[in-house]
Every structure is written in structure tokens, then in C-alpha cells.
Design a protein. Sequence first.
Length: 282
Amino acid sequence: MKFLMAINSLLRTLAGLAFVGLLVAVAYFGYTEYFARERAQLAMKAELDETKEKLAQTASELEERLKQVNALTEQVADLRSEVAEKQKQIERLQTAVRLLKVDRRVAYLDCLQLLPGDDQNPPRAKLRFVEMDAQGRPVGEPRLLEVVGDKVYVDALVVKFEDRFVEESDPLRAASLCLFQRIFGDRQSPAEGVRVDEEDRQPQVYRSGGVMTDFERELWRQFWDYARDEEKAKAAGIRAAHGQAVYLAMEPGTRYKITIRASDGLTLTREGAIPADMNGAL
């Protein structure tokens, strides 16, 4: 009996020890699992913090680069504006040089045929007009025209600006401008004559040979405004603007020289017979 009780007591002791061991094992497992999770969470937090720091650094670098790009964009815009302004200055200077060179314009008027009039019809003159450049080369194609009458008038306009514009190198007003207006006969009104330099257009002799710039278009549009509007002309610093007409009686087969000089005005002189190489038009 005592032996059985001893066995029973031993079994209870072993069971207690086993239970305690189980509790210890469960506690140990729970402990290690808890701290493992804590370590994992700490590691994840550290990794997240590091990622955030890298992102913040990247964002800062991107912001700095964006500032640099914006600065470069502004520099490019400034350079483009500067280049555009320089180009405009170049155009103004080139235009001023061309205007200064054309102080004197020369053209020829050939009397190809003179048709006599009668009681019902006035005489008519068939003419050819060709302008020459400084080297004596034709400017554009010769123009054939017909006027009513045997005396032919050539009308021109000279515009002179105040001296201060020469000092300022103003491209429009640094030089006097001389323009052919109309050619007409003594049996018709000037308004019925043939216009030479067209209004609102740049005379061919003042062109460079290339495409006319926006600046030049505006320049000549302004000029014709000055030519038409006396008050505007005064406000623009024009000290003298006057027309002049000269005339001669025409003789068939004869060439006449037309000269208009900004400092002198208009002249029309008899040159002699039409050159042989030009007689094909007769």
C-alpha cells in the first residue's frame, strides 16, 4: 500500500514537473516570438526610416535640379531675347547703310515712238523707263508705258530729316530719301500718270536683294504715312518734304536721263540716241 502511494506521489510530482516544463516552454516560446516580432518591427521601422530619408534626399536633389533647369531655361530665354534684339539692331544698321548709299538715283527714259495727234486725238508718246544702280546695272525689268501728250513730265519727291537723326543713326531718318512719283504727259492730269515708286512698298533700288524683313516693311509703311500726312511728317522730324516735276518735249529714238539727288533735286536731260543694243524694242 505504501508502495502504491509512493508511486502515485511520484507520478503526481512528474506530472507537475511536466506541466511546469510545459509552462516554461510556452513562456519561452512566447518570449522569443514576441521579441522576434519586436526585432522585426524595429528592423522594418529602421528600413522604412532609411527609405524615407533616401526619398527625402532624392526629392531634395530633384528640387535642386529643377531649380537648375528653371535657371537654365531663363538663361536660354534671355539669350534668345538678346539674339532677337541683336538681329533687329543688325537689320536696322544694314537698312541704314543701304539708305545712306542711295543719295542719288538715276534712270533712263527712252522715247520709243511718238504718235502725232489730230483734231480728235492728242499726241501720245510710247516710252521705256529703266532705273540703274550705282554700278550702272538695270534695277528690275524695263517698264513700257504710254502717256498722253508730246511733252513728258517726271515727278519726284525728296524728303529730308533733321540733322539729329543722322547723329542717332536712325535707319529711316539718317539719310534723305528720293523717290520717283509719276510720269505723265502734258495732255493729261498728273493723277492719270504712271506711278513709278508704289505707295506702301519699298522701292526696288533700296532693297538688298533678299527677303524684306518685318522691320523694313514697317519702316516703309511709316515713310508713306509721313509722305501723305504733313502733321505726322513734322512730328517725325522731317525738315523738308517737297515734290518736283521736270519735263521735256519728246523726240522719237531719243534717250533721256533722269537724275534725282536728295541734296539737289530732280533733273531731266537729253542723252542722245537710244543705244543700239536697246533698239530692239522700237
